[in-house]
Design a protein around this ligand. Structure first.
Ligand code: ADP
Ligand code: MG
Length: 587
């Protein structure tokens, strides 16, 4: 809890002004709210002693109204400043989370379910906002109200105050114990909610698979049992929530009875002395803290929920990407020319080797092709160059310098990677291409966007769309074909003109002629650019300076396109087969 407060105070500090005003106004409010019960008490004494006149009565009425108005006005300001700040804090936390998500590597997403992350973002953020908003507000407000009330009570009658002060903690402790159980049950509800939303999310993502295999019934049944458990846990929460407020009312009734017994005796002059008006003020004051005392329990609840949620969000914020700048990072390295060398690189997953002793040298400006069966390790090589992950053994040199010495940001900027399965955002085509560059002025970028699209052979397609580059993609827009998606991703990579360009199977969904046009077009504009082409189609390698054939993580063939054909191995075999297919298609 303390850690949560410390963590969140950095966010609160940014809204210092709102919180200062809020707290100051709460003091004003507590002062007037606790003054209110005193006024009728004083009036009662004046009536009893016969000093009350009609004009004085109006004075009392005016004082009461004025006090109520002042207290109410202060509370309006409190709500405005504090609750607005709490929404902004929620916004800040959410922004930090998203920034962090963007920095995490892909294996974070392999190990965490998206539905679970979504539940955290919505439910947990809400709980944290409750904590910094309503929770903080109620906590401060309650402490102030109790403080003012007890001071005023003590001025009226120290004896009765002592008595009340003994009973009040009893109320709060009972509340607290109840809240502990409530909190535990609440957690179980939250966990189950994560399960349910993860399942729902996966179901949406995999609906086509589910339908394709005709296993809808099984999925519905699983979902129902998850949902049933959720309802069961929720009911368990309500069962303990229910008896709480009747119990509290009984406790207050009991306290009131004790007050009447002792207060009445004081008024009669037994064991102390108190006027009727003072006694009335005292009872009014005590009734005034009924809700604040209950609120204490409610706050405990909000605080616990909020801090549990914050702990879970913290877990996300604390997870570090695998590849980060470290002590070996050399910030003098600000550029990449494009000379890439692998020296005896190996990497294994759970003891199973995925790349073994891979060595090659791609000089700046040259092009290297890599081919091989699915699972041979081609994507791994591409990922290692982009430093999405690090090898277990061997060295990767960029311009002769160990890749680990480059700031990660430099590698990301100078190495353009077109992934096997591109991700397009639900934005316009222009924006999707412009994601490749840090600049944000889309209008100024349009010529570059268009040029990149032209090179990626996407321009003709886009011109055919009614809104051109302003065409929206995704759920509320058009759906691109696989080839168009790949070409959009290619345009995104080449728009910033990187000195190293990696195509990871990025031409698999375009036809051979388009592939040839893309590669030729790039050849023209990019003298001096290093290109790595991962492909299954041998035709993609015709103009490559060298080609590697990978088999189960090892380089089995290596040479120019012609040399490999002469060698008459796997490469030549693939070439023959693909030629035959092409001939058959043409026929
Ligand atoms: N993050 C990872 N965790 C575990 N295994 C991986 C990971 N990345 C790749 N592999 C394994 O390494 C091998 C090579 O994968 P990959 O490079 O994607 O092959 P491809 O040649 O089809 O691109 C595969 O057997 C794959 O299962
Ligand atoms: Mg691959």
């Amino acid at each position: 809890m303390l850690k949560t407060i410390r963590d969140l105070s950095t966010y609160v500090r940014r809204h210092r002004r709102a919180y200062t005003i809020g707290v100051a106004m709460m003091v004003v409010n507590a002062f007037f709210t606790t003054l209110m019960p005193i006024i009728p008490g004083t009036a009662i004494d004046a009536l009893k002693q016969g000093t009350m006149t009609l004009p004085r009565m109006w004075l009392f009425v005016a004082a009461l109204l004025g006090t109520a108005a002042a207290g109410g006005l202060a509370m309006i300001i409190v709500r405005r400043s504090l609750l607005a700040a709490s929404w902004e804090i929620q916004f800040d936390v959410r922004r930090d989370l998203f920034r962090h998500f963007a920095r995490l590597d892909s294996d974070y997403y392999d190990n965490h379910r998206v539905g679970d992350l979504m539940a955290r973002l919505t439910a947990d953020l809400n709980a944290v906002r409750m904590l910094v908003g309503v929770g903080a507000f109620q906590a401060i407000n309650t402490v102030l109200l109790l403080g003012f009330t007890i001071t005023r009570m003590a001025r009226l009658s120290p004896g009765l105050t002592l008595l009340t002060a003994v009973i009040m903690p009893l109320i709060s402790v009972t509340f607290f114990l109840f809240m502990r159980v409530i909190h535990r049950r609440y957690q179980r509800v939250q966990e189950q909610f994560s399960e349910v939303s993860a399942m729902a999310q996966e179901n949406f993502d995999g609906m086509r698979v589910v339908k394709g295999f005709g296993i809808e019934d099984r999925h519905v049944a699983t979902f129902r049992s998850l949902n049933d458990e959720y309802i069961r846990r929720y009911l368990a929460l309500t069962r303990i929530d229910g008896p709480l407020s009747p119990l509290m009312e009984t406790l207050f009734g009991f306290t009131l009875a004790v007050l009447l017994l002792f207060g009445g005796r004081y008024v009669l002059g037994v064991g102390g002395n108190l006027t009727i008006g003072q006694f009335s003020s005292f009872v009014f004051l005590f009734s005034g803290v009924q809700w604040p005392l209950q609120a204490l329990g409610w706050i405990a609840n909000i605080a616990q929920r909020g801090s549990t949620s914050w702990r879970r969000l913290r877990e996300i914020l604390d997870s570090r990407p695998n590849v980060v700048d470290g002590p070996e990072t050399d910030y003098a390295l600000t550029e990449v020319r494009g000379d890439i060398e692998f020296r005896h690189v190996s990497i294994a997953f759970d003891g199973v080797p995925a790349l073994e002793d891979v060595s090659f040298h791609l000089r700046a400006g040259e092009s290297l092709g890599i081919t091989g069966r699915t699972g041979a390790g081609k994507t791994l090589i591409a990922s290692l160059i982009a430093r999405v992950l690090d090898p277990d053994a061997g060295e990767i040199l960029i311009d002769g310098v160990d890749i680990e010495r480059y700031p990660v940001a430099v590698l990301r900027r100078f190495i353009g990677l077109v992934p096997q399965e591109p991700f397009l955002f639900s934005d316009t085509i222009a924006e999707n291409i412009a994601y490749g560059v840090p600049e944000t002025d889309l209008e100024a970028l349009m010529p570059r966007v268009r040029e990149a699209a032209r090179l990626a052979q996407l321009d003709d397609d886009v011109s055919g769309f009614p809104r051109g580059y302003r065409t929206r993609l995704g759920e509320r827009g058009v759906t691109l074909s696989g080839g168009q998606r790949q070409r959009t991703a290619i345009a995104r990579a080449i728009v910033r003109d990187p000195p190293v360009l990696i195509f990871d199977d990025a031409l698999s969904a375009v036809d051979t002629q388009t592939e040839a046009r893309i590669l030729e077009g790039l050849e023209h504009v990019q003298r001096g650019r290093s290109t790595l082409i991962v492909a299954h189609r041998i035709s993609a390698f015709q103009h490559c300076d060298r080609v590697l054939v990978l088999e189960r993580g090892r380089v089995t063939e290596e040479g120019t396109h012609e040399e490999l054909l002469e060698r008459d191995g796997w490469y030549a075999d693939m070439h023959r087969r693909q030629q035959l297919e092409a001939d058959l298609e043409a026929a």
